[in-house]
Design a protein around this ligand. Sequence first.
Ligand SMILES: NC(=O)c1ccc[n+]([C@@H]2O[C@H](COP(=O)([O-])OP(=O)(O)OC[C@H]3O[C@@H](n4cnc5c(N)ncnc54)[C@H](O)[C@@H]3O)[C@@H](O)[C@H]2O)c1
Ligand SMILES: O=C(O)C(=O)C[C@@H](O)[C@H](O)[C@H](O)COP(=O)(O)O
Ligand SMILES: [Zn+2]
Length: 348
Amino acid sequence: MITILNDNFSQLNEFLHEKSFSKIFILVDENTHEYCLPILLGNMETDLGFEILEIEAGEEMKNIQTANQLWEILTEMQADRKALVINLGGGVITDMGGFVASTYKRGIQFINIPTTLLSMCDASIGGKTGIDLMHYKNMVGTFAFPEQIFIFPKFLETLPFKELRSGFAEMLKHGLIADKNHWDQLIQVRKLEVETVIPHIQTSMNIKQDVVDKDFHEQNIRKTLNFGHTIGHAVESLCLQQGNPILHGEAVAMGMIAEAHLAYLENLISETEADMVIENVQRYYPYLDISDFKDEDITALLLNDKKNTDSKINFSLLSGIGSCTYDHQCSQENILESLSFYRKLNNA
Ligand SMILES: NC(=O)c1ccc[n+]([C@@H]2O[C@H](COP(=O)([O-])OP(=O)(O)OC[C@H]3O[C@@H](n4cnc5c(N)ncnc54)[C@H](O)[C@@H]3O)[C@@H](O)[C@H]2O)c1
Ligand SMILES: O=C(O)C(=O)C[C@@H](O)[C@H](O)[C@H](O)COP(=O)(O)O
Ligand SMILES: [Zn+2]
């Protein structure tokens, strides 16, 4: 269940009052500790004891070492099966905290309080938790629903612009795969700022929730939420491996451009539709230089994509503006052509 919080967090306080938790563990990173925790603690009313668990910020922390440290801390602090984990942060915190909670003592309850645009519209919803493995994105994880998701859009007021822009990529994706009207509304946004994106958060959240409701375990339609991620995740992984991480939404934006062209090459959309997607995504995102990455290195990562079956790469590709296919296998020639197309955009 998703709840938009009042200024006094009354719905969160009612939730804490109604449930019989033994103790609360609030997971933050250094930034959400500084900017968001004071707001949460200033409004949270509970007799329960709580502990703060802090990790460094960044995708580099979304790994087994951090998960292990958190499991150890929970053990040392004698967290029992009635303990509650509150994930206060962006997608790294909700993915990591959800993973740690859903595996500790075979699963304790957790709630998500997302503090980035990306986590409000996407990562906190749908119950995919996980960590990266050897720079492969989200390779180990669980499907585990948070007890509740509490959204407080005012958290966005301290979010850096690049992070806001990163989250906007997943919103664009939601429009492209499922709701042309949402896409049309989003591309009317000329200047990305908190005030211009807030009016669109609810629709974007609803699109994600609707898809997840239809296919929680990603057997079919949920795969459409991975549009832009097949190539996007490969590039994100290579950047991570090089010690030069990029933001998830930046990778998704790049992936959506390459995969829009791929959908055209595969005769799923017209050239006009592909160009419309590409030109609009390009309006928001600076060019991502992938000239250092060899086709073989990208292909090697594509071959380990989680959607693959029988050693075949299954793409989720647009079949129109507002619709998306999945399990689409492309020719190797077209995959490489889509990468080549992206590289050439640098000089266009
Ligand atoms: N599980 C899912 O369905 C899902 C969906 C999309 C993305 N993801 C994952 O989410 C992650 C990306 O999430 P993200 O973009 O939120 O990144 P993030 O969690 O790293 O947060 C981005 C940055 O913003 C800072 N920050 C967070 N809230 C802030 C605030 N209110 N004010 C100031 N600074 C703040 C963080 O400390 C961090 O430095 C990736 O690992 C991605 O794979 C998961
Ligand atoms: O919730 C989903 O399903 C998604 O695919 C949403 C994506 O935006 C998100 O990045 C997700 O973590 C990717 O999942 P993965 O299974 O490819 O790791
Ligand atoms: Zn994503």
